[in-house]
Design a protein around this ligand. Structure first.
Ligand code: GRG
Length: 295
């Protein structure tokens, strides 16, 4: 196993421990929604977004507990997006992270509610003084996550994705929808680490540049994996984009050009990190990993 994969897995285990403690078990008649939240969030994901919070925050010596709380918050938003994306009214998938999707394991209404509750719980975590003692920092964290996950970000990207299924989108529109649908949350993960570290405007600018290219590289790699990956490694259905006639970077550029574009973006992303020297090595390595991964 590569050393960055091991570091990612170590952070994933730590985040899972935090999520296990932070997400309540729930009692009484509302218990099923808590159970479904835990089923979704504690499923075996890579925890890439919490990893980015942790590694960006480490550049500014942020306290580990604060990083874990912010990492858990962004993972809750990511998980909610997967739960809702898998619903019959969206992608209608039966398998996620190698297990039945939430609406299959429970039912549709519980899956909608568990997604809603994960989304709101993320903001509860960020707004809590344990995440940062300074209310201005907490407000900045909440603002960043709200903008990235709402209509200006992930939800807006999903809407463009749905409406563009009926038309043939241009490369510019695909890049915009992917930047919003997937890139915004990846950028937010890096921004949360920098905000917790009260980074200088110059450092924040570098982090934003890195995260934008990383997000796009991640999405192109995801499009490539939908063609070249297999269901065992991915833990979800593959080949769906082509089956649904979806325009992706692969359908637009072809497989080989899409792969080289992702590699180029990963290299470009790392260049933004020069000012941080060797401290940013894990962020450089994860950019490579994102385009070389098999799941
Ligand atoms: C329904 C509000 C709403 C939004 C849906 C992000 C999204 C928008 C849908 C997810 C569907 C999808 C397959 C998007 C492509 C990129 C992506 C987010 C892949 C999954 O992320 P990973 O690889 O997953 O980080 P793990 O399971 O490792 O966390």
């Amino acid at each position: 196993m590569s050393d960055i994969r091991k570091t990612l897995d170590d952070v994933a285990r730590e985040v899972d421990e935090w999520l296990g403690v932070l997400l309540p078990e729930g009692e009484g008649p509302e218990a099923p929604v808590y159970e479904a939240m835990r089923y979704a969030a504690l499923g075996p994901g890579k925890r890439l977004r919490p990893f980015l919070v942790v590694e960006t925050g480490r550049l500014f010596d942020v306290d580990r507990k604060r990083l874990m709380r912010a990492g858990a918050a962004i993972e809750c938003v990511h998980t909610y997006s997967l739960v809702h994306d898998d619903l019959p009214c969206m992608d209608d998938d039966d398998l996620r992270r190698g297990r039945p999707t939430v609406h299959k394991a429970y039912d549709e209404a519980t899956a909608v509610l568990a997604g809603d509750a994960l989304l709101t719980f993320a903001f509860e975590l960020l707004a809590h003084p344990d995440t940062h003692p300074d209310a201005r920092v907490r407000a900045a964290l909440v603002l960043s996550l709200a903008k990235s996950s709402g209509a200006q970000g992930m939800v807006g990207g999903q809407m463009i994705d749905i409406v563009s299924e009926k038309a043939k989108p241009t490369e510019t529109l695909i890049a915009r929808l992917q930047q919003m649908k997937t890139g915004a949350l990846i950028s937010c993960a890096c921004e949360l680490g920098a905000l917790l570290g009260q980074a200088s405007p110059e450092a924040l600018h570098a982090i934003v540049g890195y995260s934008r290219d990383l997000g796009l590289a991640f999405q192109i790699a995801d499009d490539v994996l939908d063609v070249t990956g297999n269901v065992e490694e991915m833990g979800k259905a593959v080949g769906k984009d082509a089956d649904m006639g979806k325009a992706t970077f692969v359908s637009l550029l072809g497989l080989e050009r899409a792969k080289s574009q992702a590699e180029l973006l990963a290299q470009q992303a790392s260049k933004y990190l020069d000012m941080f020297g060797a401290r940013a090595d894990n962020l450089r390595k994860i950019a490579r990993y994102v385009v070389e991964r098999r799941s």
